[in-house]
Design a protein around this ligand. Structure first.
Ligand code: PRT
Ligand code: ZN
Length: 225
């Protein structure tokens, strides 16, 4: 790849992680000039630029080298890593730091009438999710033979629509589950926002910049603890 002397960080354009990610970068001392389309922000205080994207695109942008670092939910990173593994692809990114915001869990939830049953009772059932990789790995580890139904959104209404007997979705307060008369039964994966980067370091000037960025980040994270 062509040597680059600026570091590029991908963050969510809008959504739950967008504001906390921008605040964290500001606290590290980074300032940016936004482009008119608001997709690219040019780093003014340091040669570190931002790309504002959908969170799902961040692991792929790091894998292909378009971005050097990314702030993304561990759930998104791990789901895509699982899918890459299943497809026989090499590891393409790694979690470098946990950032202390965006915490949630990927949980299985069942209708209230089925609450209190053991995980083995999921056998033979359909579980709707947007996280098939993480759910299948969890089921495999426990030798539970359930059918995974892939839904891209509104997973919580799948049982009422007769599409599944259980769901596996992100939970933070639990309000969405309660509103849909569902009860959390198993935690599949614990998540929070993380800084992701390539599995190996950088071969050019970005190595020094990445080290500087991590040093400043660690300082900010330490103060927060
Ligand atoms: O547009 P883009 O693709 O970038 O955004 P998105 O809609 O895919 O993501 P977004 O902004 O909703 O979430 C980004 C990240 O925030 C997720 O990948 C998680 O790492 C983290 N996060 C933390 C959450 C939640 N908490 C969360 N509660 N992501 C989603 N939820 C949803 C959940 O799916 C469910 O619908 O909130 C609902 C449940 O919340 P409670 O509080 O009712 O339990
Ligand atoms: Zn998304």
């Amino acid at each position: 790849m062509k040597a680059r002397d600026r570091l590029r960080i991908a963050i969510q354009k809008s959504g739950r992680l967008a504001d906390p990610a921008r605040e964290l970068l500001a606290r590290i001392g980074l300032s940016f000039r936004e482009s008119r389309d608001r997709l690219f922000c040019y780093g003014e205080s340091l040669p570190i630029d931002l790309l504002l994207v959908r969170d799902d695109d961040i692991p792929g942008l790091i894998a292909e080298g378009t971005c050097d670092l990314g702030i993304v939910g561990r759930n998104v990173l791990a789901e895509q890593a699982e899918n890459r593994r299943a497809a026989g692809q090499a590891e393409a990114y790694r979690e470098l730091r946990t950032l202390g915001f965006g915490s949630c869990r990927l949980s299985i939830a069942v209708p209230q009438d089925d609450a209190g049953q053991p995980a083995s009772a999921l056998a033979g059932k359909r579980i709707a999710t947007s996280y098939p990789g993480l759910l299948e790995a969890w089921l495999r580890e426990r030798a539970i033979d359930a059918e995974v139904v892939l839904l891209s959104g509104s997973v919580e209404i799948a049982p009422r629509l007769g599409k599944a007997e259980a769901i596996c979705d992100l939970v933070s307060t639990g309000g969405t589950l309660a509103a849909n008369q569902l009860v959390e039964s198993e935690i599949v994966f614990e998540s929070e926002a993380v800084l992701a980067g390539p599995p190996d370091g950088f071969g050019d000037e970005r190595a020094g910049l990445a080290a500087l960025f991590l040093r400043r980040l660690d300082g900010v994270l330490r103060v927060r603890d």
